[in-house]
Design a protein around this ligand. Structure first.
Ligand SMILES: NC(=O)c1ccc[n+]([C@@H]2O[C@H](COP(=O)([O-])OP(=O)(O)OC[C@H]3O[C@@H](n4cnc5c(N)ncnc54)[C@H](OP(=O)(O)O)[C@@H]3O)[C@@H](O)[C@H]2O)c1
Length: 279
């Protein structure tokens, strides 16, 4: 019998790559997307697909029922992936902006996960894989909303791991640094939607942010990796008898993952402020 996996955010980037890669590896992949046009495209490429919008509880419940209908009530794994980054200084973030960031990146993920856990408990096995970020480990200026959403995912996942001990349900966090995807394009849209650049004290700095998001090519040469680097870690988290709690991906993750343990806060802040202002 094929192993089943439900994935969110498969219209582009990591979700798309992992969906294709796991299907080629023999999994039954439920590759969900927020927009109907993307569902049609994914289906045309031979993937099973239907809509799942993380900001909409009805959509989450409907998609989960559809998943179980297609898998005869079983679910081996959930890959929580769909998310976006809202750039901007914290003092420029409205309540609505923060809410949108958390509705998508945190509350939608947990609502879906809480539907999956009872199914996994009943069947006696399961894998929950959370696509976090190096920005769930350390903070950068002008990424506060996104940072906070990924820290929330880290906290929820660490706690779930403790609460699910001994159940044969494993929770793994993937911590990518820069990966080629539509992430910057989508961040730009969020920035223009939610930040009042003209009336911000950071008006000039936002020009730098816009330039960074507009820059063609990889985000952080030479550290950017293709999404296949994440696929590798997802495969390990799915197939290892002892999946790791944290999977680092890209050099910046290894670097900052180590530095945050080694350096005093002020020294780490110095490096993060410099690194954040440079890109
Ligand atoms: N790329 C990186 O450098 C990087 C680094 C660290 C972590 N990550 C994490 O990797 C994951 C995937 O991002 P990516 O890099 O592949 O970026 P991406 O190409 O922008 O893909 C993001 C996916 O999330 C979907 N999404 C956004 N809002 C959604 C919603 N409300 N409901 C359902 N799906 C929604 C997008 O759908 P639409 O097309 O409809 O917007 C898209 O399919 C995210 O969790 C991100 O935080 C990425």
């Amino acid at each position: 019998m094929k192993k089943t996996i439900l994935i969110t955010g498969c219209s582009s980037g990591i979700g798309y790559c992992v969906a294709k890669g796991l299907q080629a590896r023999g999994y039954q992949v439920l590759a969900t997307a927020r927009k109907q046009a993307d569902v049609v495209t994914l289906e045309a490429q031979g993937l099973e697909s239907f809509r799942l919008n993380l900001t909409d509880s009805n959509s989450i419940h409907f998609a989960f029922e559809e998943t179980l209908r297609r898998t005869n009530g079983e679910l081996y794994a959930l890959f929580n992936n769909g998310a976006f980054g809202l750039p901007g200084a914290i003092e420029d973030l409205s309540r609505d902006a923060l809410r949108e960031q958390f509705e998508t990146n945190v509350f939608g993920w947990q609502e879906l996960t809480n539907l999956a856990i009872p199914v996994m408990r009943r069947q006696g096995y399961g894998r929950i894989i959370q696509n976090s970020s190096v920005l769930g480990l350390v903070s950068l200026p002008f990424r506060g909303a996104y940072n906070a959403s990924k820290y929330a995912i880290e906290g929820l996942s660490d706690t779930m791991r403790l609460e699910l001990r001994g159940t044969n349900i494993y929770v793994s966090l993937i911590e990518p640094g820069p990966i080629t995807s539509q992430f910057r394009t989508n961040s730009m849209k969020a920035l223009l939607k939610y930040i009042d650049i003209e009336n911000s004290v950071h008006r000039e700095k936002y020009q730098g942010v816009l330039n960074r998001l507009n820059k063609p090519g990889p985000a952080a040469v030479p550290f950017t990796l293709p999404p296949e680097a994440v696929l590798d870690r997802v495969i390990h988290a799915l197939e290892s008898k002892q999946p790791q709690p944290h999977y680092y991906v890209t050099f910046p993750t290894y670097l900052f993952g180590a530095l945050r343990r080694l350096l005093p806060t002020r020294m780490l802040d110095f490096l993060l402020a410099k690194s954040g202002n440079n890109n």
